[in-house]
Design a binder for this molecule. Structure first.
Ligand SMILES: [Zn+2]
Length: 81
């Protein structure tokens, strides 16, 4: 108990706006980095929370095969206890 996941379980998914419970690989965060191809320019990053499944649902069908986070074992949740 008292895992670090618990304090993040109240966040809203940026796709469905529902609460993201600390289950499986959730909550996940998505970070968006601007101008990543231009390291000489000032870049900005922004982070959003989401369900892994919501993110996967919105990926192009040809790219979903590269999404592997959801097959991670829930045993990994025990790492921060
Ligand atoms: Zn969601």
């Amino acid at each position: 108990m008292g895992s670090i996941m618990e304090k993040y379980s109240g966040v809203a998914c940026c796709f469905c706006k529902n609460n993201v419970q600390a289950t499986g690989v959730d909550p996940c965060d998505i970070s968006i980095a601007t101008k990543w191809d231009r390291p000489d320019q000032k870049r900005r990053d922004q982070l959003f929370w989401c369900h892994a499944q919501c993110f996967k649902d919105r990926m192009h069908k040809n790219l979903k095969i590269h999404f592997w986070l959801d097959i991670l074992s829930s045993d990994l949740d025990d790492d921060d206890e």
